[in-house]
Design a protein around this ligand. Structure first.
Ligand SMILES: Cc1cc2nc3c(=O)[nH]c(=O)nc-3n(C[C@H](O)[C@H](O)[C@H](O)COP(=O)(O)OP(=O)(O)OC[C@H]3O[C@@H](n4cnc5c(N)ncnc54)[C@H](O)[C@@H]3O)c2cc1C
Length: 420
């Protein structure tokens, strides 16, 4: 028997002893988290089993084969987990990782600001140490799920005299406190996944500084590298529709509330899966020009999938993030853009319609107005091109005008609420 088969059998045995779809979701996920099977590649000190990513894949497969629900995976929580595992203290790992796996805690990423998105290191939200507390003042924006989050991953400036990248620190902030005000933003696709977050004398306990003061950039890079690597991976949503039992009813509820900000994510990726069906239904498949575009789209989408597979294989082999993160993200943008164009060509003017009589009940229109997001989230296309040019191809770096103490660096202050 191969090692993978033995492992699969061991997990299946555990599942046949413990899995009960009539349990409530939290009780089940607590059992999964405490058993180590929820995150087997994590250290055994922190809810894992020290397994290789390859073996963790076997465990995941055994859960799927058994029809059992695994640990909570969706949203920003896994980015929080990888960052805490890499840079967090023993106490932080003990305090936060379990609630991530059980799904009790939701997380959000508080990086972007009105004056610093692509130029993330230009953040001006400030954190000042007073006694045992960091006092936070500033504004963040485009923060997905902040309106549901208990905790935020916060990048803030702690040293205004250090060079730009060295004056930043990384914190876990409790979102449910009087100093944090979250305001939802309306999007052109009708959803409201993002927020503006205003922090006015908000408090972070000294123990919730992740890594060292001034070491925030390194932590933020860990978060972002994993965000790019997992870009638009299928989320654990709706896949278990129609299954019987309390756990699945709880999952539906979780989906309706916690995963609500992500319901349009398949549309922002372009819904390539719908193209052939739509082309056949409408007869567009018989138009040679449209057939060419459809073929081009499929070639692009398939090759992007291979880049994704390379990224997954590298992750499974425990290799650090390579160029495939940025390459895959850029490919996803190109695929989504072309898919939106092909969907429009197939539908004609009707592509703009929403409501019950519109193409696919408004899904096509949602694709059109959602795909621009994929070229922006997690680093814009231009930023990915810069990364590929400089780090992969070894081309000369962009000229820098932001050396020296951050206090003296020229920066975009429009819309920012804090000054050095
Ligand atoms: C779906 C979605 C989810 C998001 N979720 C979050 C979240 O949860 N948390 C969070 O903190 N942020 C989030 N963001 C914000 C996102 O990270 C920023 O929008 C992004 O980094 C771009 O920053 P910006 O909007 O300030 O644009 P800017 O940085 O102002 O860029 C404007 C334009 O200038 C170009 N540009 C900028 N710099 C350069 C350069 N050096 N070279 C060439 N071109 C350049 C950009 O490519 C872009 O076209 C999200 C955004 C989206 C769309």
């Amino acid at each position: 028997m191969s090692q993978a088969t033995t492992l699969h059998a061991e997990v299946t045995q555990w599942l046949s002893e413990h899995w009960d779809p009539n349990m409530d979701l939290l009780t089940w996920r607590s059992l999964v988290a405490d058993s180590g099977w929820g995150a087997p590649s994590w250290p055994s000190d922190y809810y894992g089993k020290d397994m290789s990513p390859l073996d963790a894949g076997v465990v995941e497969q055994a859960f799927a084969d058994h029809g059992a629900v695994g640990a909570a995976q969706s949203g920003v929580r896994m980015l929080a987990a990888v960052t805490l595992l890499a840079h967090g203290s023993h106490e932080q790992k003990q305090k936060y990782l379990r609630g991530i796996l059980t799904g009790e805690d939701q997380w959000c990423q508080l990086f972007s600001e009105p004056g610093s998105g692509s130029d993330l290191a230009g953040a001006t939200t400030r954190a000042d140490l007073r006694g045992d507390e960091w006092i936070i003042n500033g504004q963040k924006v485009w923060n997905t799920s902040a309106h549901h989050a208990q905790y935020g991953l916060l990048l803030a400036r702690t040293d205004w005299d250090a060079p730009k990248h060295q004056g930043l620190s990384y914190f876990v902030i409790d979102m449910e406190q009087p100093g944090v005000e979250v305001r939802q933003l309306a999007q052109m696709n009708g959803h409201a996944s993002f927020n503006e977050v205003f922090m006015t004398d908000a408090v972070v306990n000294r123990d919730d500084l992740v890594g060292e003061a001034g070491g925030g950039w390194k932590c933020a890079m860990t978060t972002l590298a994993n965000e790019r690597r997992s870009f638009d991976r299928a989320r654990d949503v709706g896949a278990r529709k129609g299954r019987q039992g309390k756990i699945f009813a709880d999952l539906e509820e979780e989906f309706a509330i916690a995963n609500e900000p992500y319901t349009w994510y398949p549309q922002r990726a372009g819904r390539v899966d719908l193209i052939l069906q739509r082309a056949m239904e409408t007869g567009a498949i018989n138009d040679p020009a449209q057939r060419q575009d459809i073929a081009r789209l499929h070639i692009m989408a398939e090759s992007a999938k291979w880049t994704g597979e390379r990224a997954k294989a590298a992750a499974k082999a425990g290799k650090p993030q390579g160029p495939e993160g940025s390459l895959g993200k850029l490919a996803a943008s190109n695929v989504a853009r072309l898919a939106a164009r092909v969907h429009t060509a197939i539908c004609g003017n009707d592509a703009l319609l929403t409501g019950p009589n519109s193409p696919m009940g408004g899904v096509i229109a949602e694709i059109l107005v959602s795909t621009p997001a994929i070229s922006i989230a997690g680093g814009t296309d231009e930023i990915q091109k810069n990364i590929i040019a400089e780090r992969v191809m070894g081309l000369p770096k962009e000229p820098r005008v932001d050396d020296g103490p951050f206090r003296d660096v020229r920066r975009n202050t429009s819309g920012t609420t804090t000054k050095s």
